[in-house]
Design a protein around this ligand. Structure first.
Ligand code: NI
Length: 501
C-alpha cells in the first residue's frame, strides 16, 4: 500500500503530522497536564483569601493549602513598606518551606491526620505608623511558638528594643524581677537556665507593647509553648528611652506618671548624695578627733595600735575596757554591725571611753566573695548600726578574714574609707590561752605594728593586763589606728598593715 503513495502524498502526511504535534504540545508542558497529574496523587487545593483588616494601611491574606500529605494555613499581612513586607514574607516563607521539606510526600492515612502548619498573626497598632505583628506558629505536634515583628511603616524599618528601653544593668535587673513576678502570678515556673539564656541576648527578644505594658515572649526549650510575661509601664518609667512618648502611645495620665517617677528618682538620688555627704562629714570629724591627740613621731618613741575584732561582746568587752582605762590606753574596736545592734549599750561604752571604732561588716561576711552591691550593703548597714549605737560613723574597715579584692578596694575609695589589716596576729582566736597570746605578741612586736586581737575571748581579756604592763615596760605608747596612720603620713584607702619586724 505504501508503494502507492507518491512523493507529494508523503509531503502532505508530514505537514498533517506537524500540525497535529503543534496542537498537542500544550498537553506536554502546560498546566492542564500538571493539574491532572497532581489531582491523581495529592488533591492539591490552594486558596488565597482576603481577610478583613482593621487597619487601612495593612492588608491581610489567608493562604490555604490542603493536600493529602500536609495542610497549611497562613495569615500573611502586607504593608505599604516593601522593606517590611520582605522581612515578614521571608520569615513566613522560610517557616513554610522547612515545613514542606519535612512533610512533602509523607503518607498520611487520611486528610484529617495530615500534619499541619498554621501561622496566625495578631496586628496591633503601637502608635501612628508603628505596629506589632505577633505571629503564632503551630507546626504539627510541636508546641506553639511566637515571633514578633515591630515595625514603623513610614520609616521603613523594624523597631528595636533599644528604641524603647535603655538597655543597661539597671533595666535588665528590673526586667528580671518583673519576669519572675509575672511568672509567679501565672503560677508558672521558669528554670534559671532558660532565664539566663534569655537575658544573655536582649537583641533577640520577641516583645510587643500594648497600651499599658511591655510583653516579653520566651520560647522556652523542652516542649513547652511560648511563655508570656507582662511588664507594666509603671515598672519601666525610669528605663524608657528619652523619646519614648514619640514611639509608643501613652495616655496623658501615663505621661504624667512617667514625669513623676523620674522626678521622684532624681529626688531620691539627690537625697542619697546628701546623705552620703553628711556621712562623709561625720567621718571626717571623727578622723580629725582621732588625729587631734596623735603623738608626734620623732623616730625615737615606740608606738603600737591594739585592735579588737568581732565585738562588742557582753562579757569580754567591758573587761578589756577596764584594763585599757587603767593604763590610759586607747585602742581600736572593729565591730560587727549585728553585734552593735544587739548590744548598743556596750558599743556605746566603747565609744564613751574614747576608743576608736571601726567597721567589721554587718555579719562577718567574706567580702571578697561578694559583688559590688553586696559589699556596699554589708559595710553600709554595719556603719548605720554602729552609728546608731555609738553616734560615730566609722571610716576604718577591717575586712573579715583579711579578705579583700579590687571590688572591696573600690568601695573604700568611693566611700572615703580605709582598709585596715594587721602586721601582728596574736592568734588569740586559735590558742585561747593568755600566756600564748602574750608570747606571740612579744615574738612579733615592733614599733608601728597593728596587733590583731578579739574582744570575744575571755583568754584575751585575761592576757591584757600583763600584756599592757610588758608593752609599757618596753617603752610602747598605745595609739588608735587613725593616730598610727597619721604618724606614718598615711591618709588614703590603703590597705594598711602596720609595721612588721
Ligand atoms: Ni573577725
Amino acid at each position: 500500500m505504501l508503494k502507492r503513495i507518491k512523493p507529494l502524498g508523503w509531503l502532505v502526511i508530514f505537514v498533517i503530522m506537524g500540525l497535529l504535534f503543534t496542537s498537542l504540545s500544550p498537553l506536554a508542558s502546560g498546566q492542564t497536564l500538571n493539574a491532572t497529574k497532581l489531582s491523581n496523587r495529592q488533591t492539591d487545593i490552594k486558596l488565597i483569601d482576603k481577610l478583613p483588616s482593621q487597619f487601612p494601611d495593612i492588608s491581610l491574606n489567608l493562604e490555604t493549602i490542603a493536600r493529602n500529605d500536609y495542610h497549611i494555613q497562613i495569615q500573611r499581612p502586607s504593608t505599604k513598606s516593601e522593606t517590611i513586607n520582605v522581612i515578614l514574607q521571608d520569615w513566613i516563607n522560610e517557616k513554610k518551606d522547612s515545613f514542606i521539606d519535612k512533610f512533602r510526600d509523607t503518607s498520611a492515612n487520611s486528610k484529617e491526620e495530615a500534619p499541619s502548619l498554621k501561622i496566625d498573626v495578631l496586628t496591633e497598632q503601637i502608635k501612628d505608623d508603628s505596629y506589632n505583628f505577633i505571629f503564632t506558629l503551630k507546626e504539627a505536634e510541636q508546641p506553639s511558638e511566637t515571633r514578633v515583628f515591630n515595625v514603623n511603616i513610614k520609616q521603613d524599618r523594624e523597631l528595636k528594643l533599644d528604641d524603647i528601653l535603655k538597655i543597661d544593668d539597671s533595666t535588665l535587673k528590673t526586667l528580671h524581677e518583673q519576669l519572675e513576678e509575672s511568672f509567679f502570678e501565672q503560677e508558672t515556673s521558669v528554670s534559671d537556665s532558660v532565664l539566663e539564656h534569655f537575658f544573655s541576648d536582649p537583641s533577640a527578644w520577641n516583645w510587643s507593647v500594648n497600651k499599658n505594658a511591655l510583653i516579653l515572649y520566651i520560647n522556652a526549650e523542652n516542649n513547652s509553648s511560648t511563655l508570656k510575661a507582662t511588664v507594666p509601664f509603671e515598672a519601666l518609667y525610669l528605663h524608657f528611652t528619652s523619646d519614648i512618648t514619640e514611639i509608643i502611645d501613652m495616655s496623658a495620665e501615663q505621661k504624667q506618671e512617667r514625669i513623676n517617677a523620674i522626678e521622684a528618682e532624681q529626688e531620691r538620688i539627690r537625697k542619697e548624695k546628701e546623705k552620703q555627704k553628711e556621712q562623709e562629714k561625720r567621718k571626717a570629724e571623727e578622723k580629725a578627733r582621732q588625729q587631734e591627740n596623735s603623738p608626734v613621731n620623732n623616730g625615737e618613741n615606740k608606738y603600737v595600735a591594739l585592735t579588737f575584732d568581732d565585738g562588742p561582746s557582753k562579757e569580754v568587752t567591758p573587761r578589756i575596757l577596764d584594763t585599757l582605762a587603767k593604763h590610759g590606753a586607747k585602742a581600736t574596736f572593729f565591730m560587727i554591725g549585728n553585734q552593735a545592734k544587739a548590744l548598743p549599750g556596750t558599743a556605746q561604752q566603747v565609744a564613751a571611753a574614747g576608743h576608736e571604732i571601726g567597721n567589721h561588716t554587718m555579719d562577718h561576711a567574706d567580702l571578697s566573695k561578694l559583688d559590688a552591691g553586696s559589699i556596699r550593703k554589708k559595710i553600709g548597714e554595719a556603719a548605720d548600726s554602729i552609728e546608731q549605737a555609738t553616734g560615730i560613723r566609722p571610716y576604718l574597715i577591717r575586712p573579715p578574714y583579711g579578705a579583700y579584692n579590687d571590688a572591696v578596694m573600690n568601695d573604700a575609695v568611693n566611700q572615703g574609707d580605709s582598709l585596715i589589716l594587721w602586721s601582728v596576729d596574736s592568734l588569740d582566736w586559735q590558742s585561747r590561752n593568755a600566756d600564748a597570746v602574750i608570747s606571740e605578741i612579744q615574738k612579733e612586736i615592733t614599733s608601728g605594728a597593728i596587733i590583731l586581737m578579739h574582744d570575744i575571748h575571755p583568754s584575751t581579756a585575761d592576757a591584757l593586763p600583763r600584756l599592757l604592763n610588758w608593752l609599757e615596760s618596753q617603752g610602747y605608747q598605745f595609739v588608735t589606728v587613725s593616730q598610727l596612720l597619721n604618724m606614718q603620713g598615711q591618709h588614703g584607702a590603703g590597705p594598711y598593715y602596720g609595721n612588721i619586724k
